[in-house]
Ligand binder design. Structure first.
Ligand code: PMP
Length: 420
């Protein structure tokens, strides 16, 4: 028998290489919000935020092809592309954020953000939530809670309980701020001081809790009073996904010192970035300089610029707001004995399932996702208990697409057995 792709991955890439789904999907083609597997089955993509403006968007493809046919170099030569891009990108920020370092991944960008916090404050303590993921470098993985670091977490790291609007209501953010204040005190007592806090303004990996505008203000005040900086990880919320706002931090209503970006930036071409005010940038550049061979190369800059163009010309932020309202309404009408909460934040949706004994319905959600995928709708789960459906489609997701998703979800909820 010939070797399967899964066996071949294990042989060539080692064990425990992540794949989605019990029967991993072998995707061979994409267009817009649709994907096709090797057997010709079509899937509605309700999961992927990397193909932000739609799989294989012709304008992005054309921008990449044109630039790669003309020039691609490392980033120590002068080139207009990256500067044109940074001008367009920084025009989307308020709060004095006007300078950028380009990277290839969100992990690298977060790693830089941590070092910016150190350079700007002269301190080393850092705070994140206890149910997050910010990337995979040695430093950033200290803040990622899925696999604990070997030898234990570094002593300058404090993880505070993640917001959970269903189980631990905290309507004005004062409970969260209280945990942050304790962490600041501990870091100061241990001699590290507080260099800052790193968080996603949607708390997406934590489970997409419903949080009102201004919810983070108390936390921000505590960090600032301690001399630290606030880093907004916009890898998931950014670039219009929040619908009402281009950036998640503006939607939640706080002014970050540093903004980290990644996945959706260039529609699948590997581009990340970290943006900040000139004072923070100067502290970082003076401490570290920083060079990234590929970050912001001409092809990456062209791809990222094309994404900004498409968001604007196709009205994708408005589309996110419109489709969000429709899906949120249909989600609120869902009925199931284990369904405890549905939530939305722009074009990002969650549905939380809890067993009668109060435990997360982890297995049930996994079963649900499998049935959805088998029926041609890609999605997944989030949250520490992996019991919250994660629905985060590409931005051109239409009202019609939304009805396909919701019709299938309703039917699947009816047909998937409730665990006893
Ligand atoms: N920050 C957040 C919030 C993420 O979800 C991720 C990836 N899932 C990252 C950072 C890391 O990005 P990358 O995989 O591009 O390094």
């Amino acid at each position: 028998m010939s070797e399967t792709l899964i066996d071949r991955r294990a042989r060539l890439m080692g064990p425990n290489v992540p794949t989605f789904y019990r029967t991993p999907v072998h995707i061979v083609r994409g267009e817009g919000v649709w994907l096709w597997d090797a057997a010709g089955n079509r899937y509605l993509d309700c999961y992927n935020n990397v193909p932000h403006v739609g799989h294989c968007h012709p304008r992005v493809v054309q921008a990449i092809c044109a630039q790669v046919g003309q020039l691609n170099t490392h980033t120590r030569y002068l080139h207009d592309g990256v500067l044109d891009y940074i001008e367009r990108l920084t025009a989307t920020f308020s709060h004095g954020i006007s300078q950028v370092i380009m990277t290839c991944t969100g992990s690298e960008a977060n790693d830089i953000a941590l070092r910016m916090a150190q350079a700007a404050t002269g301190k080393t303590g850092i705070i994140a939530t206890d149910a997050t993921y910010h990337g995979n470098t040695m430093a950033v993985s200290q803040l990622s809670t899925r696999k604990p670091p070997i030898g234990g977490r570094w002593p300058n790291v404090r993880l505070v309980p993640a917001p959970d609007s269903l189980r631990r209501p905290d309507p004005d953010g004062s409970i969260f701020a209280g945990h942050v204040a304790e962490a600041v005190q501990e870091l100061e007592a241990a001699g590290f001081g507080c260099s800052g806090i790193l968080l996603c303004p949607m708390f997406a990996n934590e489970g997409l809790p419903s949080l009102p505008h201004g919810w983070l203000n108390k936390t921000v005040d505590i960090i600032r009073a301690a001399g630290g900086i606030v880093i907004s990880d916009e890898v998931q919320p950014g670039f219009g996904r929040a619908g009402s706002h281009f950036w998640g931090h503006d939607k939640l209503g706080f002014a970050p010192d540093v903004v980290v970006m990644g996945k959706p930036m260039a529609n699948g071409h590997p581009v990340g970035a970290v943006a900040t005010r000139p004072d923070v940038m100067a502290a970082f550049r003076n401490a570290f300089s920083y060079f990234n061979t590929f970050g912001g190369n001409p092809v990456s800059a062209a791809a990222a610029l094309a994404v900004l163009d498409v968001i604007r010309y196709e009205g994708l932020q408005d589309n996110a707001a419109r489709v969000s309202a429709h899906v949120a309404e249909r989600m609120a009408a869902l009925r199931h004995p284990l369904l405890r909460d549905t939530r939305s934040n722009g074009l990002f949706f969650g549905a939380e399932f809890i067993l009668d004994n109060g435990q997360p319905a982890t297995r049930f959600c996994a079963d649900l996702v499998e049935v959805m995928v088998a029926s041609g709708v890609l999605m997944n789960v989030i949250g520490a208990g992996r019991n919250i459906l994660k629905i985060r489609p590409p931005m051109p997701f239409s009202l019609e697409n939304a009805d396909v998703l919701m019709d299938r979800l309703e039917a699947t909820l009816t047909s998937t057995p409730v665990p006893v």
